[in-house]
Write a protein that binds this ligand. Structure first.
Ligand code: UDX
Ligand code: UDX
Ligand code: ADP
Length: 480
């Protein structure tokens, strides 16, 4: 029986291991984490992350061949394959601050593996890491190895939150990179055999280590670039009277471009895109490729521009001031069907509104008040440290309320900002909302999910990303 241990019970480690356990009933899978709260969550009826379909998978295998534990050393020591899925935050200090990946957690995981291993192991990079991390990990393991032999594989995870279970069941591809030696290739085969239980062989790609590591960064950079491209076009649409949905639909029909991932928005968020691009930028700089670094940096530049453009639009439409005005924010998660708020555009938008002295009232179906307050009080990049999982003290006093329904958020508000594309926001009773709001009443749709014409008929002034502007908005141009 193959034994698998995964270090890191987060958004990647948890769902991935649950699906491996489901599909390979004869493989023992133990997910370990230093966070007691996280492990307690995975062992409870309320899992620590919200992901459609995940409860069901965990319920089927937990206690059978899927276990969650804080006894990191024991299960790493017993495993044949050790997946490492720990945090790789952006460095906040020292060399490469604000760009480079902080490999502290990775290094400590590698040293711990070396300390407790008594049998040969395959160590698998699961969380995104900079290219050439495998080389550093090999060195740590080799120097502390005491005769134990290790093979390092890169097996980046491409699942997206909100669709994690589906993405794991039917992945576009599984990518495995390994050393081009007989031992390296044998290790690749062991991991390939695990995935081959449910993934068709032609979807399992094997490459060298560096291609696998770089492919993950490149895939996220390309995806983010598509969003920044359509968001850049959205600004031009507003200036010219073109409609970004029509433009996206037209260009997406070109089979070389394709229709997916072309929705203009208030900006992309999530734990990967910005972090991975910053990482790519830093790597390019390190290898003396400043032109390539500048090219990718601009993907983040447009994303920041898109968020501040949205805030400027809100403020300028409301007579250039939101001081003391209640603004309802619908949606705080970085996308629908997740409670995850890491790098959510809502943080920057709320901060922008608060900076202009608005009173902000937030509703999200999955995000708790504690999380919202923690996010608004947190320094940039701090979210990716395990301490973000620990309870915090009282955050600074802010004019922020978190409500348990959308109407409560909208009561007496001057404006509603839609920042996450939750399905339930499409079917709200906007007439009821209009009746309980101050007038003129505004809707700023950062996800293009409402029927703007219907809302205008009710009486709202409506702004939607990349759509032709109301006369009101044309008369009050936003200053960039
Ligand atoms: C992403 C990658 O998709 C996934 O392959 C990788 O493993 C991790 O990073 P994730 O961050 O979970 O996944 O979600 P994704 O669906 O990619 O969305 C990222 C952000 O882009 C969200 O804020 C989303 O709202 C935004 N987005 C996405 C858009 O603004 N427009 C789009 O058309 C698509
Ligand atoms: C392009 C568009 O494809 C077409 O839809 C539009 O109507 C006119 O402009 P064209 O310039 O004829 O067509 O050729 P295309 O195949 O797009 O190639 C343009 C250039 O890109 C060529 O120099 C080609 O060699 C290069 N290219 C294309 C690459 O370097 N890599 C690729 O993967 C594809
Ligand atoms: P991701 O989205 O990549 O899964 P998360 O932040 O959700 O990232 O999860 C990473 C997990 O790794 C956290 O739960 C954290 O507590 C855990 N972790 C970090 N360092 C270690 C370590 N040395 N040993 C065990 N777990 C660790």
């Amino acid at each position: 029986m193959v034994k698998i241990c995964c270090i890191g019970a987060g958004y990647v480690g948890g769902p991935t291991m649950a699906v491996i356990a489901l599909k390979c009933p004869d493989v023992e899978v133990v997910v370990v984490d230093i966070s007691e709260a996280r492990i307690a969550g995975w062992n409870s009826e309320r899992l620590p992350i919200y992901e459609p379909g995940l409860d069901d998978v965990v319920r089927q295998c937990r206690g059978r061949n899927l276990f969650f534990s804080t006894d990191v050393q024991r299960y790493v020591g017993e495993a044949d394959i050790v997946f490492v899925s720990v945090n790789t935050p952006t460095k906040t200090r020292g060399l490469g601050a604000g760009k480079a990946a902080d490999l502290t957690y990775w290094e400590s995981a590698a040293r711990m593996i070396a300390d407790v291993s008594r049998s040969d192991k395959i160590v698998v990079e699961k969380s995104t890491v900079p290219v050439k991390t495998a080389e550093a990990i090999e060195k740590i393991l080799a120097h502390n190895g005491r005769g134990v032999r290790y093979q390092i594989l890169s097996n980046p995870e491409f699942l997206a939150e909100g669709t994690a279970v589906q993405d794991l069941f039917v992945p576009d591809r599984v990518l495995i990179g390994g050393r081009e030696t007989p031992e390296g290739q044998a290790a690749v085969k062991v991991l390939k055999d695990v995935y081959a239980r449910w993934v068709p062989e032609d979807r399992i790609i094997t490459t060298n280590l560096w291609s696998a590591e770089l492919s993950k960064l490149a895939a996220n950079a390309f995806l983010a670039q598509r969003i920044s491209s359509v968001n850049a076009i959205s600004a031009l649409c507003e200036a010219t009277g073109a409609d970004v949905t029509e433009v996206a639909c037209s260009i997406g029909k070109d089979s070389r471009i394709g229709p997916r991932f072309l929705s203009a928005s208030v900006g992309f968020g999530g734990s990967c895109f910005q972090k991975d691009i910053l990482n790519l930028v830093y790597i390019c700089e390190c290898y003396g490729l400043p032109e390539v670094a500048d090219y990718w940096r601009q993907v983040i530049g447009i994303n920041d521009y898109q968020k501040s453009r949205f805030v400027n639009r809100v403020v300028s439409s409301m007579f250039n001031t939101v001081a003391g005005k209640k603004v309802a924010v619908l949606g705080f998660a970085f996308k629908k069907d997740t409670g995850d708020t890491r790098e959510t555009p809502a943080i920057d938008v709320c901060r922008g509104l608060l900076g202009d002295k608005a009173v902000v009232s937030i509703y999200d179906p999955q995000v708790t008040e504690e999380q919202v307050r923690r996010d608004l009080a947190m320094n940039k990049f701090d979210w990716d440290h395990p301490r973000h999982l620990q309870p915090v003290g009282e955050p600074a006093d802010q004019p922020v309320a978190v409500t348990s329904d959308a109407y409560e958020a909208a009561r007496d508000a001057h404006a509603v900002c839609i920042l996450t594309e939750w399905e339930e926001f499409r079917s709200l009773d906007y007439r009821r909302m209009y009746d309980i709001m101050q007038k003129p009443a505004f809707v700023f749709d950062g996800r293009n999910i409402v029927d703007a014409e219907k809302l205008r008929d009710i009486g709202f002034i409506v702004y939607a990303i990349g759509k032709p502007l109301d006369q009101w908005l044309k008369d009050m141009p936003a200053v960039a």
